[in-house]
Design a protein around this ligand. Structure first.
Ligand SMILES: Cc1cc2nc3c(=O)[nH]c(=O)nc-3n(C[C@H](O)[C@H](O)[C@H](O)COP(=O)(O)OP(=O)(O)OC[C@H]3O[C@@H](n4cnc5c(N)ncnc54)[C@H](O)[C@@H]3O)c2cc1C
Length: 460
């Protein structure tokens, strides 16, 4: 129980990953910190439901091993990430093709050489062997009508991804900002590469089927894809906030405490009245943040639905992330997630997790099953539905102009963090918390306590 007379240096409102990681940085610097969470347990949107031995994420979680904050955030050293098979599996016209699994050239120049070599090579892509570029395993013989076009198209895409992987973030942020769909069209990318690969991939990464997102955010998402591997936390999304919460001094997090108003030196709670403090960090979702601090902007949101099925006959796609280049149904991406992370299903059962973007139809499960049947090439009539999780305000939209580094210090004593201050991702939430903790420590005169081995970088 939180004592009414409890005082802390800093009160953090909200125990999602942003609030928890900020708490970790502050307590590590010797700052007395209390985290107040309205829900019965910490984690916020990164929650996992346990049903009959299955671990069902509320979120269609796609992390990248290249997210810098997964490395920089103290308390996440023990986080186990389960990676998908390299690249993605694209479904088009009843067939599946792996894409984006390009070997990473040592430099963008190496990739360009590879493209030129392939462009001038005889039309035998399987034998094309260029140092630093994919050999036969990742450059399959290409059929007419395949999602990615010719071998040269694929090599060009590989070169572009390689350039992105090594491009400094600041250079990407200096590019003109347009809606992502418009930027792709204006950059001279072949239509088949856009429709067959970039559009479904970006829709999945940004939770934005229409690609209205800022092209800068889209570039950052592609950069993360190109420089790392898509992955999920072992054991479910909740593993990440659980690790952060466990690493805090006992008694730091108080659940079941709803904050009703805030000021620079106090917060008022529904359950325990007023608590005094030296600074307040607001780490809630964007809508609650604006309710507690009128004047903060409320963004539009992308709704997301995650549907979990189980079967005893897993499809044969292995640990791949499967996208539909044809957009032939409601599913944006799907995976036999128990092949990626076996801890998510009991022995002998497969867990298939599928993500639907936008507002779902009333009979979404039937539509998803029919779509999955085509995507996996197998009957889904005997599959059992475990859960349908719909989150109307899942991800803040990042339409242009999108400020990737919204101020986290509103005034001395009042700070705000969360995915709505950065990019609408786990990386963004953690990075905003990193910035907010640094600002608080500076204002409290405790900046010297911040681990200097963890510089605050402009990171995607
Ligand atoms: C369906 C879905 C799919 C997603 N897919 C991806 C993805 O593929 N990749 C990716 O990187 N990200 C994805 N995200 C986004 C990611 O989950 C979020 O960016 C991240 O979890 C946000 O963390 P946060 O700490 O900023 O906010 P939250 O997790 O929302 O935490 C805010 C906390 O504040 C608490 N709170 C609210 N009001 C009060 C109050 N008055 N008093 C006390 N506590 C309060 C809430 O209960 C909550 O615990 C997805 C999200 C959803 C929902």
């Amino acid at each position: 129980m939180l004592e009414p007379a409890y005082q802390a240096d800093v009160v953090i409102v909200g125990a999602g990953v942003a609030g928890l990681s900020a708490a970790h940085r502050l307590t590590s610097a010797g700052v007395r910190t209390a985290v107040l969470e309205a829900a019965p347990c910490p984690g916020g949107r990164m929650s996992t439901e346990k049903v009959d031995g299955f671990r069902l994420d509320r979120i269609g979680q796609l992390l990248s091993t290249s997210y810098p904050e997964l490395r920089l955030t103290p308390g996440l050293d023990a986080l186990a990430l389960r990676t998908f098979a390299p690249g993605v599996l694209l479904h088009s016209d009843g067939r599946r093709q792996r894409a984006g699994a390009f070997a990473k050239p040592r430099s963008a120049r190496g990739a360009l050489h590879a493209v030129r070599a392939l462009a001038s090579a005889p039309r035998t892509p399987r034998t094309a062997s260029v140092r630093g570029m994919p050999g036969p395993a990742t450059l399959p013989r290409v059929r007419a009508g395949a999602p990615l076009g010719t071998a040269v198209d694929q090599a060009r895409l590989g070169a572009a991804l390689a350039r992105l992987a090594t491009a400094p973030v600041e250079r990407l942020l200096a590019r003109p900002e347009l809606p992502a769909a418009q930027a792709l069209a204006e950059r001279g990318v072949p239509t088949r590469t856009i429709d067959g690969f970039l559009r479904p991939l970006l829709a999945a990464l940004l939770c934005d089927p229409e690609l209205t997102t800022s092209s800068r955010c889209a570039d950052l998402a592609l950069r993360a894809f190109a420089s790392g591997r898509l992955c999920v936390p072992e054991g479910g999304a909740e593993a990440l906030p659980e690790l952060l919460a466990q690493a805090l001094p006992p008694g730091t997090v108080h659940t079941g405490v709803r904050v009703t108003s805030i000021a620079t030196t106090s917060v008022t709670t529904a359950e325990h009245g007023e608590l005094r403090c030296r600074a307040v960090l607001l780490a809630t979702d964007a809508r609650t943040a604006a309710e507690l601090l009128p004047g903060l902007r409320v963004p539009d949101f992308h709704p997301v639905t995650v549907v979990h099925h189980t079967t005893d006959e897993p499809p044969t796609t292995g640990a791949s992330l499967l996208l539909d280049a044809d957009r032939g149904g409601p599913v944006a991406h799907t995976a036999v997630i128990s092949q990626v992370d076996p801890t998510r299903a009991p022995a002998g059962r497969a867990l298939v997790s599928s993500t639907v973007l936008g507002t779902p139809s009333p009979d979404i499960d039937t539509a998803v099953r029919m779509h999955l049947s085509r995507l996996y090439g197998t009957s889904t009539t005997r599959w059992e539905t475990l859960a349908v999780h719909h989150t109307p305000e899942a991800v803040p939209a990042m339409r242009p102009p999108h400020d990737l580094r919204r101020p986290v210090r509103l005034l001395a004593g009042l700070y705000v963090c969360g995915d709505h201050r950065d990019t609408s991702t786990i990386q963004g939430a953690l990075h905003s918390a990193h910035r907010a903790a640094a600002a608080i420590l500076t204002d409290l005169g405790a900046a010297g306590s911040l681990n200097r081995a963890e510089p605050l970088k402009a990171a995607a």
